[in-house]
Design a protein around this ligand. Structure first.
Ligand code: NAD
Length: 476
């Protein structure tokens, strides 16, 4: 199949590379010419596991990069739209990029093609795309609009694309559904998993995914409802974690007890500093706005968003509670990306927390394995510098904050850390450590939904002996 993917960001670039991996001839389009030139030179603009390997494998063969949308449309049977759909000031989805692409596609269409929404869009978007394309001169029989929502997670995007739980296709004509079935056939038939050179996935079985064919409206709703449900799960467990703190229970034990119920499951039951990223915050607002437009007040979503915002404020109170005053405190910050495995800092809770601490006069020494360059662009305030490792960030720090769940942050050399820090205080927004381990290592340790470790620690600095004590009280 000849495919054009419009938008070469986190979703579009991964989709284009994976479609090429499945044997299709793909053109990855972006109107950001510098990004396209980068890709043509062989550079990889985002941090994503296995993406460099896929680009290397297919660049210049199955996969081309271009800014010439009309030419790509003419060469393709399927055009996937994967441009951004950010929030407007009112909270609904800004569909102007989708509209612009639809108009450009309409101007170039020269035979039957399918136009597929890969971007996350509100219900009825496919109808709007069809309408603008007709108004812009596309012949009614020359195209169908379909919805094929993307469920990949940043950090494991390639694995998620090639080993999906399911593929959702919203198509209102059989002709269109058939083309989409053909595109995904290497996965749904299991053919891809029998190849010798496949991209490995250690967490997923090589089981062919089912394809769920629905109406376009249902597919659009499936994506918004999925993200809203996952965000609800996160806010739910954060609320339970807050009760655990109040009564002295342990959220990890509670999560295990809840999550082993097969009706509930353990995933997305990790308490922390709240969800972030380019999807959940905007998609919840957009879904809430869709509901409002239909006359339904989806109050649950308001509460999910409010718990999420509160979780960051609670974490800042924990920092204050551990350090007493903040002005002039030197804080090591581990993690700036909105989650581990990615360089994406859009709506990252870590960035928001760092910003608040800078406002309070803290000195921040930050380390993130992938997101420092992007953070430099947005955190323009004085008082922050970037370090090359967790230990460099921790050097002479009054405390360390863990804000992103990078796996390497869960494997720090605790004795080494204790030696380099001024005070052995860690406030962990991601629950990466067992409090008992921290107590044994001599740290004052505060996490989410579990009792604080308040060990008084005697330390020698060569001249005098001083005692570090945590502020009294609980995590609030
Ligand atoms: P992104 O910002 O990384 O990429 C969007 C790309 O589209 C950019 O490179 C931009 O230059 C390009 N673009 C914008 N207008 C264009 C135009 N007229 N012509 C050509 N290119 C154009 O965004 P993303 O994270 O890839 O998200 C894209 C969509 O996918 C959004 O709707 C998002 O909600 C959805 N989505 C994202 C994820 C995720 O984890 N990032 C997961 C599932 C779905």
């Amino acid at each position: 199949m000849r495919i054009a993917v419009v938008g070469s960001g986190y979703v579009g670039l991964v989709a284009a590379a994976c479609f090429a991996e499945l044997g299709h001839e793909v053109i990855s389009i972006d109107n950001d010419t510098s990004k396209i030139e980068m890709l043509q030179r062989g550079e990889v603009p985002i941090h994503e596991e296995f993406l460099p390997e896929l680009l290397q494998r297919h660049r210049g063969k199955q996969l081309q990069f271009s800014s010439e949308l009309p030419e790509a449309v003419r060469k393709s049977q399927a055009i996937f739209i994967a441009v951004g759909t950010p929030s407007t000031v009112h909270g609904d989805a800004d569909l102007s990029y989708v509209e612009q692409v639809s108009r450009e596609v309409a101007g170039a269409i020269d035979g039957y093609k399918i136009v597929v929404e890969k971007s996350t869009v509100p219900v009825f978007t496919s109808h709007w795309i069809r309408r603008v394309m007709l108004l812009d001169g596309a012949d009614a029989d020359s195209f169908d609009v379909a919805s094929n929502p993307e469920f990949l997670r940043e950090g494991t995007a390639v694995g998620d694309f090639l080993y999906p739980d399911r593929i959702v296709v919203g198509a209102d004509t059989e002709r269109c559904a058939t083309l989409l079935r053909q595109i995904y056939e290497p996965l749904t038939s299991g053919e891809y998993y029998n190849r010798a050179d496949i991209i490995p996935n250690t967490t997923k079985a090589k089981t062919p995914p089912q394809i769920i064919v629905t109406s376009t409206k249902s597919a659009e709703l499936i994506k918004h409802a999925s993200n809203a449900f996952l965000a609800t799960k996160i806010s739910f467990i954060n609320a339970v974690a807050n009760i655990c703190e109040a009564v002295g229970a342990d959220i990890k034990e509670v999560c295990q007890g809840i999550g082993t119920d097969s009706r509930i499951g353990t995933r997305f039951l990790n308490p922390g500093i709240g969800y972030g990223g380019s999807c959940f915050p905007k998609d919840l607002k957009a879904f809430s706005s869709v509901a409002r437009e239909t006359g339904y007040d989806f109050r649950l979503l308001q509460e999910v968003m409010s718990i999420n915002a509160d979780q960051r404020a609670r974490f800042l109170r924990k920092v204050r509670s551990a350090l007493w005053t903040l002005k002039g405190k030197k804080l090591a910050v581990l993690g700036l990306a909105f989650k581990g495995g990615t360089d994406d800092i859009r709506e990252s809770p870590a960035i928001e927390i760092v910003r608040s601490l800078l406002k309070e006069g803290c000195e921040i020494r930050a380390f993130d394995p992938a997101a420092c360059d992007r953070s430099r662009e947005v955190l323009t305030e004085d008082g922050i510098c970037y370090k090359a490792s967790a230990y460099e960030a921790a050097h002479q720090a009054d405390a360390m904050l863990i804000l992103t769940d990078w796996p390497e942050f869960a494997q720090l050399d605790l004795p080494r850390l204790k030696t380099v820090m001024t005070y052995p205080i860690i406030i962990d927004g991601r629950n990466l450590y067992d409090p008992r381990t921290m107590a044994a290592a001599g740290f004052i340790y505060s996490s989410v939904g579990r009792a604080d470790v308040q060990t008084p620690v005697a330390r020698t600095n060569g001249k005098a002996e001083k005692t570090a004590t945590a502020a009294p009280g609980k995590n609030q």
